[in-house]
Design a protein. Structure first.
Ligand SMILES: Cc1cc2nc3c(=O)[nH]c(=O)nc-3n(C[C@H](O)[C@H](O)[C@H](O)COP(=O)(O)OP(=O)(O)OC[C@H]3O[C@@H](n4cnc5c(N)ncnc54)[C@H](O)[C@@H]3O)c2cc1C
Ligand code: FES
Length: 273
């Protein structure tokens, strides 16, 4: 883990309220693994750094994709090319890809897509075939189609072999929640992309998505890794502010996670997060 001053290479609003920032930092980029995150100091008036996942890493640069939520991300969204950011990272554990190349399934709820692009790129590099289920409330919340390229010329969805889009109102793709697609269509998708009981599933999304997934009999026999988003203060295991209950005792999301096995987390205890 390093604390580094990183140069803003570009900052693009890829859709309303969602920004893609590329940063130059060979020290951090060379260490980053899919699933890990950085803590960004967002101006002088925010006491705590903000956690953001690695979205993509290319030749000494890395990207973060984020939704503007409050003071910190608002400040970040206003950074310009040439600005300097104070970054701490890489932090946390990472997703574990299969030892031998296979078909893998990625499930994204909303901005949960952010860390899954880096995972898909690495999985692709290792010879895996990557399918993405991506769920949002409505069409206007879907990330730009493959037509839109980011400023560095890397297409957002290039690493995915199959993409299934899901909208709650049915305005594009499959109608329902992304978890409905898991239930209703996995059989069909199975035939399309050869998903088996041993297929590794990776997910990133909001807590209700994980709670639904944890109750799906369909996923009981499948290995499922999820990335948890909880409020963090230090991000380095010092303050215990991000502690959760798991089948293996108390765990700190920032240091033991953010990636956990779906089955290991006591989801009913996570109501207050
Ligand atoms: C490991 C990890 C990775 C993340 N990766 C991404 C990402 O790639 N893209 C993205 O859009 N968001 C990501 N988030 C969520 C992101 O950190 C929050 O949206 C952000 O901190 C909000 O800060 P704010 O100052 O804009 O909002 P405020 O609401 O003003 O934040 C106030 C405080 O709450 C914390 N906070 C608020 N919402 C969250 C949240 N959902 N998770 C954790 N802390 C929160 C902030 O860090 C801050 O301390 C991630 C969270 C974690 C824990
Ligand atoms: S945020 Fe301080 S221990 Fe995790």
């Amino acid at each position: 883990m390093k604390q580094v001053l990183s140069l803003v290479v570009s900052n693009t609003e890829v859709m309303p309220g969602v920004h893609l920032i590329w940063l130059e930092s060979p020290q951090i980029a060379s260490l980053a693994q899919p699933g890990q995150f950085i803590m960004v100091r967002c101006g002088e008036d925010t006491l705590l750094r903000r956690p953001l996942s690695f979205h993509s890493v290319v030749m000494g640069r890395f990207a973060v994709l984020f939704t503007v939520i409050g003071r910190g991300t608002q400040w970040l969204s206003q950074r310009q090319t040439g600005d300097i950011l104070d970054i701490l990272g890489p932090l946390g554990n990472s997703f574990t890809l299969p030892n031998t190349p296979q078909e893998i399934l990625l499930v994204a709820g909303g901005i949960g897509f952010a860390p899954l692009r880096f995972l898909a790129e690495e999985a692709n590099r290792q010879g895996n075939r990557v399918t993405l289920f991506m769920g949002v409330p409505k069409r206007s919340k879907l990330l730009p189609s493959p037509i839109l390229e980011d400023p560095l010329g890397h297409e957002l969805f290039a690493a995915f072999h199959n993409i299934f889009r899901v909208t709650e109102d049915g305005s594009e793709g499959y109608k329902g929640m992304v978890t409905d697609l898991l239930v209703d269509r996995l059989d069909k998708v199975d035939r399309l992309v050869h998903i088996k009981d041993t297929t590794q599933v990776f997910a990133c999304g909001p807590l209700p998505m994980y709670k639904t997934m944890s109750g799906l009999p369909l996923l009981k026999n499948k290995p499922v890794q999820v990335s948890l988003e909880v409020r963090m203060a230090c991000g380095r295991g010092f303050c215990y502010g991000c502690t959760i209950k798991t089948k293996h005792g108390l765990k700190k999301v920032c240091a033991d996670g953010p990636v956990f096995e779906l089955d290991d987390i006591l989801w009913d205890e996570l109501n207050s997060l």
